[in-house]
Structure formats: structure tokens, C-alpha cells
Design a protein around this ligand. Structure first.
Ligand code: MSP
Length: 473
């Protein structure tokens, strides 16, 4: 039987057009999904859009359009952006789909019937940017540290979810790595949250927010947008909302998330799963932010870089490579155009591109025939596999680039362009051509189009020269 692999991205709010932060998560998920498919695992990759809630209704109002029309348009932009970047998701889920809405309502009924949902008056601070309740302790000078806004005071009747009930069970699962949280600093952060603040019951419905899924037994309330959103990870697999109903692929192997949404993913979400009689996700992998001049890139801060600007400059595969290699996956990374230009020139134009061009040129010029074998460097494969399994994406790339550097050194040392004997030239070039073919195989998940081009080229007996893969900037 084939191993199964299920990977998800967060579903993106449609209050803004896709930006580089969203693109970063999606490309990383795509690289992992492609990698797991390549090594023969039955893979399901889910992404989509989060379309309900006050924040989105407000944006639609500002734009002067009906919320549904507004979300249709932005959701469409996300789908176009992901197509453009060659994202291989198996399904794109939208929380305004009828099936999703129906299953979310059913799930609410299940949790209600179980006694995990009850009515009460709820009061507290609420950040609309986060669509989250906040504690005083979370604020910096009275403001949400992500959105730099003062949270609203919320006071209304709500259906509450008994989050507190799951405190001990979840704490244990996280401690025991039954629910793994990576990197380890993030696991520790979550553990200290459990130990210091603990889980408190939370409002799962809103009376004053109309743009949402109605609570099935009380139509004056809509379901809290995060409760609605989390369930996408199940409804995206065709789940209908029944207790203990286990869809194929659940539990997720990897849920990629940004650090701003770690806490909710490590508290509310697995508690809902327990309430619904389902296993918790296997792993939450948290990455940092893409910063632009030291600030998180976000619509509210007005410092976004659009993915299409990068694609225009570096091409699809160039963009995918730069996003994955520019920073350490898991940490924050500040990016500037200057840095990206330099990295593109060094790694792609002068690195991979130049190596492929030089070697194929010499092979053609000297009519050298070779029989190369794809993926024949077991050691290289194993080290890359190990890094990818640990979701050290940038390190996997570094290993591949080390091979490129070694190949360059070998060529400068042996100077095949100065040799006259065909057999001598062949001796120098053959191992490098073999390296190139092995590298391209491992690059398929990162740069699907370029890698395939190189594989085709280097699988010929008589390799011929190619046009430049990465024109210099
Ligand atoms: N809709 C919620 C997620 C619901 S999942 C059940 C949400 N949406 S979001 O559009 O605001 O953010 C989605 C993801 O993009 C989050 O993981 C967030 O961390 C990530 N990013 C948003 N801006 C980012 C950067 N500037 N850099 C890297 N990723 C960041 O939260």
C-alpha cells in the first residue's frame, strides 16, 4: 500500500489580493506536495479561501458591492495567482461553497448535542484584523501587535464552545508529540501558553456579524469565522460533518501556518477535532513572516509586494526558487529587490543556468555521446530527502547548490575547453553531466518547468546546447 500524505495551507482571507506572504506559504506547500508525490506517496494538497466574517463584509461594503460578488472576485484572483505559479493543489476550497456551509452547520449541531456548545453572554476584546479574541497580555501598548490597531470591546449573547474541557488532553498530546509543533521554539511557546494562560471557553457565534454561516438552530447568530474556517481542512476532503466520520487522508500530515495563527491552530482547532470524535492533525509547521523593511507584509500596513511583480522579473520558476531559498524556512525574513536580484544572478543565472549552458555547449561542440541515469546519486537523494522530511526546505536547496558549486570547481580545475582529445574531454564532462541530471530530478518540486527542460536535454545520448535558462538581470 502506498503511503498517504495530506498537506494543507491556511485558507486566505479574501479581504485583499494575494501577496507575497500568501504566496510564500502556498509555494512551500506546493514544493512539499510535489516532493511527496515524486517519492511515490499518495498525496493530497489542499488550499483555498476564507470568505466570511466582519472584516470581509466591511471590505465589500467599502467597495460598494454585495459580499458574495466581492468574495467571488478575490477568490478568483487567488486561483489565477496559484495557476500562474504552477501550484499543484488537488482541491481549492471556498468557505462560501454550499457543501462546506452545510457540513459546518452539521458539525455545530454535533458539538451542541454533545454539550460542548452552550449559550452565554460573552464579553471581551476583539481584533477584527485577526478575527480573534484578545487578552490584555497579548497587546502591545493597548494595540494588536500584528495589526497595530486597538481591539474593539465586544459584549453580546453567544454560543460558547467548551474549549476549557480539552485543556489537559491537548496539553498531553502536544507534550507527547502526538500533535507535533515545529520548530521546537514554537512548541515551547504553545506549551507555555497552555501552562500559564490555559484554555478558556470561547464564543463560537456572533450576533452582530451577518456575513457568515447561520447557526442552524438559531438563525439570529452566525458561526464564528474561525470555527467555520478550520473545518475546511475536513470539508475539503468531502467530510459531511458527522461525529467520528473519518475522511480519506485525515489526519493531516503537515499543516503549514504562519506564526500569527499558530495559537488558534494549536488550541481551538484540535479541540474541535476532539469534540467531533476525530484524531488531531499530526503536525503543525510554523513559518515566519516575509518582512518588507522590517515590517510584516500586509494589506493593512500597505507594504505588499504582489507575486506577479516577481514573476515578471524572475519568471515562475525563478520566483519559486527565490521564495524558498531567500530565508530560513521557519524564521522571519526581510527581503529587498536588491537582495533578490543578487541572489537570482548568483544562484540561477551564474549558477545553475551557466553550468547547464557550459556543459551542454561543450558536449555538442565535441560530439560527445553519453548514457546518463536519472537520480543515480543515492547519497545526494538521501540527504535531500532527510531535509525535506524535516521541512528544511532552504537547506535542501543549499545541498543541491553545493553540488552545483562542486561541479563548477571541477570544471575550472580540469578546463575541458582547453583539452584536445575527445576521450579526455568526455572524462571530465561525464560526471558533471550526470550531476546535472541528478540535480534536475531533485529540483522538479521546486522548479517544475526548468527542471523538466534540463531532464529532457540531459536524457538524450547526444546532448545539445540550450538557450539561456535564466537571463541575467
Ligand atoms: N484566514 C486565516 C486563516 C484560516 S486557516 C483555517 C488567515 N488568513 S490570512 O490571509 O490572513 O493569512 C494566511 C496565511 O498567510 C497565514 O499563515 C499568515 O501567517 C500568512 N501570511 C500573511 N502575511 C504574511 C507574511 N507577510 N509573510 C508570511 N506569511 C504571512 O489568517
Amino acid at each position: 500500500m502506498k503511503n498517504k500524505f495530506y498537506i494543507t495551507t491556511p485558507i486566505y482571507y479574501v479581504n485583499a489580493q494575494p501577496h507575497l506572504g500568501h504566496t510564500y506559504t502556498t509555494v512551500a506547500a506546493d514544493v512539499l506536495a510535489r516532493f511527496h508525490r515524486m517519492i511515490g506517496e499518495e498525496t493530497f494538497f489542499l488550499t483555498g479561501t476564507d470568505e466570511h466574517g466582519a472584516k470581509i463584509a466591511e471590505k465589500a461594503g467599502e467597495a460598494g458591492v454585495e459580499p458574495q460578488k466581492f468574495v467571488d472576485e478575490v477568490a478568483n484572483s487567488f486561483q489565477i495567482a496559484w495557476k500562474e505559479l504552477n501550484i499543484s493543489n488537488d482541491r481549492f476550497i471556498r468557505t462560501t461553497e454550499t457543501d462546506h456551509k452545510r457540513s459546518v452547520q452539521r458539525a455545530m449541531e454535533v458539538m451542541y448535542a454533545k454539550g460542548d456548545i452552550y449559550k452565554a453572554k460573552y464579553e471581551g476584546l476583539y481584533c477584527q484584523g485577526c478575527e480573534q479574541f484578545k487578552n490584555e497580555k497579548d497587546l502591545v501598548e493597548g494595540k494588536c501587535s500584528d495589526h497595530k490597531t486597538v481591539p474593539q470591546w465586544m459584549s453580546e449573547e453567544a454560543y460558547m464552545f467548551k474549549l476549557s474541557k480539552y485543556q489537559d488532553e491537548l496539553l498531553k498530546k502536544i507534550q507527547d508529540d502526538e500533535l507535533m509543533i515545529h520548530p521546537v521554539e514554537k512548541k515551547n511557546e504553545v506549551l507555555s501558553f497552555y501552562n500559564q494562560q490555559g484554555l478558556k471557553d470561547i464564543a463560537f457565534s456572533r450576533e452582530k456579524v451577518k456575513w457568515g454561516i447561520p447557526v442552524p438552530w438559531d438563525k439570529d447568530h452566525t458561526i464564528y469565522v474561525w470555527a467555520d474556517a478550520f473545518l475546511n481542512y475536513l470539508t475539503g476532503l468531502g467530510w459531511k460533518g458527522e461525529e467520528g466520520e473519518l475522511p480519506e487522508f485525515w489526519p493531516a500530515d503537515v499543516q503549514l501556518i504562519g506564526k500569527d495563527i499558530l495559537r488558534v491552530h494549536a488550541t481551538i482547532w484540535p479541540a474541535m477535532l476532539l469534540s467531533l470524535g476525530l484524531p488531531v492533525q499530526k503536525q503543525l509547521f510554523t513559518h515566519g513572516f516575509f518582512l518588507s523593511e522590517g515590517q510584516k507584509m500586509s494589506k493593512s500596513l500597505g507594504n505588499v509586494i504582489a507575486p506577479e511583480d516577481l514573476v515578471k522579473k524572475y519568471g515562475v520558476d525563478g520566483t519559486r526558487y527565490l521564495l524558498m531559498s531567500a530565508t530560513t524556512f521557519g524564521n522571519d525574513g526581510d527581503i529587498t529587490w536588491k537582495y533578490l536580484d543578487e541572489k537570482y544572478n548568483a544562484d540561477l543565472a551564474n549558477g545553475l543556468g551557466n553550468l547547464v549552458a557550459r556543459v551542454s555547449n561543450l558536449l555538442e561542440k565535441n560530439s560527445i555521446e553519453l548514457e546518463l541515469k536519472i537520480n543515480s546519486d543515492k547519497e545526494l537523494y538521501d540527504t535531500v530527502l532527510e531535509k525535506m522530511n524535516a521541512i528544511n526546505i532552504d537547506e535542501a536547496l543549499k545541498i543541491i547548490w553545493r553540488k552545483i558549486a562542486e561541479s563548477d570547481e571541477w570544471l575550472s580545475e580540469h578546463k575541458p575547453w582547453k583539452l584536445e582529445e575527445k576521450e579526455e574531454i568526455k572524462k571530465v564532462l561525464a560526471p558533471i553531466a550526470q550531476n546535472i541530471l541528478n540535480i534536475s530530478y531533485l529540483l522538479l518540486p521546486f522548479m517544475p518547468m526548468v527542471a523538466e527542460k534540463i531532464i529532457k536535454q540531459f536524457s538524450q545520448t547526444q546532448i545539445s546546447k540550450s538557450e539561456s535558462l535564466f537571463p541575467r538581470i
